[in-house]
Design a protein around this ligand. Structure first.
Ligand code: KIV
Ligand code: NA
Length: 263
């Protein structure tokens, strides 16, 4: 049932029905994704790389995110619209609240921010003000310089335990959704089991509640080497809307991700 909202995602989790998510940055492709039944559209700060040509997401500004959130929101889709808080807009809780408020006023229904347990107080402040929050954990691209590259996270036991405990802390703080990027499937499944809120994965295996990909990647429009977790749905579909449909179908029937897309 559409429109999709936070309750829908919780119902899907409870029913064991996976939901589909894609990034979207403009009105036309947002409309095609909505037509294909995509459940969640993320205005990701990946736009810094796929649209703006930067080598990381660090240069993306709040103004950039507001502009693209407005573009997607104007499509009037029935998908849930999530928008990323870009690098360094979460220095203090008041600053984060203000930035998140601007993204909500631009048309987002939920905001996503990267971090760990230290975000708990900010997550609570956002949730108290009616802003649903998704916390992005595991490989957090805004920390690429600290991580030393785009690498799988949570491989060793201590790291895995810390991620699991941080996810529990963030749920207790009020996070509505947790997103896991590039973590071993086994760990993602354990985190999902330990939580009550929906978990979205990218390179996190099949045992989560939703899957997300960068739209350009799943359309085969990847420059350079595609990450292991990407599948090109355009190759088998022949049209953009067809590729979105094939992806939605593959996610909701648990055909994607397959073992070759997982860690
Ligand atoms: O910015 C983005 O596209 C993201 C997804 C990869 C989850 O954060
Ligand atoms: Na992002």
């Amino acid at each position: 049932t559409r429109p999709i909202n936070i309750r829908t995602l919780n119902e899907r989790r409870a029913a064991g029905q996976p939901f589909s998510c894609l990034t979207a940055y403009d009105a036309t492709l947002a409309t095609l994704a909505d037509n294909a039944g995509i459940d969640v559209l993320l205005i990701g700060d990946s736009l810094g790389m796929v649209l703006q040509g930067h080598t990381s997401t660090l240069p993306v500004t709040l103004e950039d995110m507001i502009y693209h959130t407005r573009c997607v929101a104007r499509a009037g889709t029935s998908s849930l619209i999530m928008a990323d808080l870009p690098f360094m807009t979460n220095i203090t809780t008041p600053q984060t609240l203000q930035a998140a408020g601007q993204l909500m006023q631009a048309g987002a229904h939920m905001i996503k921010l990267e971090g760990e347990a230290w975000l708990a107080e900010t997550v609570t402040a956002l949730a108290q003000r009616g802003i649903p929050v998704c916390v992005h954990m595991g490989l957090t691209p805004q920390s690429v310089n600290a991580l030393g590259g785009y690498r799988v996270q949570g491989r060793d036991d201590d790291q895995a335990e810390a991620m699991l405990n941080a996810a529990i802390t963030l749920e207790q703080a009020g996070a509505g959704v947790i997103l896991l990027e590039c973590v071993p499937s086994e760990l993602a499944g354990r985190i999902r089991e330990a939580l009550h809120v929906p978990v979205i994965g990218i390179g996190a295996g099949p045992d989560v509640d939703g899957q997300i990909l960068v739209m350009h990647d799943m359309l085969g429009a990847t420059t350079g080497r595609a990450p292991r977790f990407v599948k090109d749905f355009m190759a088998e579909s022949g049209s953009i809307e067809g590729a979105f449909r094939a992806y939605h179908e593959a996610v909701t029937t648990r055909c994607f991700p397959a073992p070759e897309h997982c860690f």
